[in-house]
Design a binder for this molecule. Structure first.
Ligand SMILES: Nc1ncnc2c1ncn2[C@@H]1O[C@H](COP(=O)(O)OP(=O)(O)OP(=O)(O)O)[C@@H](O)[C@H]1O
Length: 245
């Protein structure tokens, strides 16, 4: 059954486009993300998935088309969009290397989330626990293992209390057990009311959580809908999985 099929759209994109010089990376893309859903984004390398996140998060602000969040046009630099309720992770984790894990979260909660230090302290302690990072609270972020840097990337995005969370390939390189723990955590985040868009190549992780999928190829949408239907789509099989339909 489709969850949240009738809920209001939280994010609406119309006619989105982006080129780098002569290279067209996104073209005339329309999509919506409904309040409370998990939308999975699939597509081959270079399809434009991360660029799409960069447009929503404000890392790239020069583009064609319009993005509306809660009915209002999205504008401004990333920290303004974080304050408005948009959190994201980066494919290559970007911790503040000179700070501890906990300090990284405090910066995100106060700067991105607009909390006072007292509010941020309790909030971040809970997130550390949820993300299994409590034992690393006082570890300098630059010396964390890859897995812990990924956990920190997610924890930092959560610290700013996003209403919309953009996850960019966070499941790669995890063991089966770590992948299951990640899926359980993402479900808990969703159950807490956060809307999620998740770009992921690890299909079984995405399938365990996503309510809907959107598939991109060469910057255009080639399929969208319930996961079971999308994965059977002949274009998706041909383009994404290299299977002749
Ligand atoms: N800042 C940039 N300048 C020039 N080209 C860029 C820039 N950012 C992305 N590109 C190009 O845009 C295309 C789409 O990149 P993007 O990272 O959005 O793809 P993706 O679908 O996220 O791929 P992957 O699955 O490999 O992460 C690629 O060809 C990439 O080289």
């Amino acid at each position: 059954m489709e969850r949240n099929g009738d809920s209001a759209p939280l994010l609406v994109a119309r006619g989105l486009g982006k080129s780098f010089g002569a290279v067209r990376v996104l073209h005339d893309l329309d999509f919506e993300v409904r309040q409370g859903e998990v939308l999975g984004i699939l597509g081959p390398n270079g399809a434009g998935k991360t660029t799409l996140f960069n447009l929503v998060s404000g890392d790239i602000r020069d583009h064609a088309g319009e993005i509306r969040f809660r009915g209002r046009p999205l504008a401004g630099p990333p920290f303004r969009r974080a304050r408005a309720g948009i959190g994201r992770t980066y494919q290559i984790p970007r911790p503040y290397a000179g700070m501890t894990t906990f300090e990284n979260l405090l910066v995100a909660a106060t700067f991105g989330g607009g909390m006072t230090e007292a509010q941020a302290y309790d909030h971040c302690a809970r997130i550390l626990e949820d993300c299994e990072l409590s034992p690393r609270a006082n570890t300098e972020a630059g010396s964390l293992t890859l897995l812990d840097r990924k956990r920190l990337e997610l924890a930092r995005a959560l610290a700013s209390k996003p209403d919309l969370l953009l996850l960019d390939e966070i499941a790669g390189g995890l063991t089966d057990d770590e992948g299951k723990a990640l899926v359980a955590l993402i479900r808990r985040i969703r159950d807490g009311g956060t809307t999620i868009v998740w770009i992921e190549h690890v299909l079984h992780a995405l399938f365990a959580v996503a309510d809907r999928l959107m598939v991109l190829n060469f910057g255009e949408k080639i399929a969208e809908g319930l996961p079971a239907a999308v994965i059977e789509d002949p274009d998706v099989k041909r383009v994404y999985m290299g299977v002749e339909a």
